[in-house]
Design a protein. Structure first.
Length: 261
């Protein structure tokens, strides 16, 4: 379609509120399973999300704990064990239906398929986590819907480094000019922008008010046409969600949006 050849989806916070409803819960269960008296509240987990990567968040938290292992190598070993246990627990939570797709996500995916706009996944979460979520909601053959799937194991550097988006563009065989990324976090926006992509921001629970710069549009989610900046040109009372025509219009305008607290 005019202006857009492909969409690149982030996963955590964009496809689903995985951080709040899945990963945080799974981390706490992993702490309990390994006999650790640790618990991440929603507030503490929100602070830790400014560190990209689950293992990296564990290490950041341990650096501030008096009851964490004193030696760096021991903290690394513990972080790897906890992260592996967390991922297994997260997969169980997703399989049990605990983590739902955000509103408007599935309709936009269906519209992309109907209109010939290719899709990709560009996430630095693990492939196992992506597979657990999308297999639950899209079925065992979910990868057939995506022309590119790039996950944490495929890159050396996490967001805000643009590596994951540059890898996704290579797999798509596209230049950045006609591809749009959908993100929710400042680090994700920075990564996409550094790769030259236009970025649409769908605010998530943990990044509801964080400043983001350089997005073509910022709003509450794909499920709601209200509250977007820039405002939508058309307000069809029969259309409740964000569609490809809306995204194409924002791409065409190329207005830089800055959101502040």
């Amino acid at each position: 379609m005019a202006g857009i050849d492909a969409l690149l989806w982030d996963v955590d916070g964009v496809l689903a509120e995985t951080e709040r409803d899945g990963h945080r819960v799974a981390f706490n269960q992993a702490f309990e399973a390994l006999g650790l008296p640790w618990h991440w509240s929603e507030t503490r987990y929100g602070q830790l999300l400014h560190v990209t990567g689950g293992r990296e968040r564990l290490l950041a938290d341990m650096a501030a704990r008096a009851d964490a292992p004193a030696l760096a190598r021991d903290r690394e070993t513990l972080a790897r064990s906890l992260h592996a246990r967390k991922n297994a627990t997260y997969a169980d939570l997703v399989a049990n239906g605990t983590v739902a797709l955000r509103g408007g996500v599935l309709p936009l995916m269906q519209e992309c398929r109907a209109r010939g706009v290719r899709m990709g996944i560009a996430s630095t979460t693990s492939r196992a986590n992506v597979d657990a979520l999308l297999q639950r909601h899209l079925g065992a053959s979910w990868q057939d819907r995506f022309a590119a799937v790039v996950c944490g194991e495929d890159v050396r550097r996490k967001k805000p480094d643009p590596e994951v988006y540059l890898a996704a563009l290579r797999r798509l065989g596209e230049t950045a000019a006609r591809v749009v990324a959908i993100e929710d976090s400042p680090a994700g926006v920075a990564a996409a922008r550094a790769a030259g992509l236009a970025v649409l921001v769908t605010r998530s629970a943990y990044f509801a008010a964080d400043p983001v710069a350089g997005a073509i549009a910022v709003g509450p989610g794909l499920h709601d046409r209200r509250g977007w900046r820039p405002a939508l040109h058309r307000d069809d009372p029969g259309t409740w969600r964000i569609g490809l025509d809306d995204i194409a219009a924002w791409v065409e305008r190329r207005e830089t949006v800055a959101q502040h607290d």
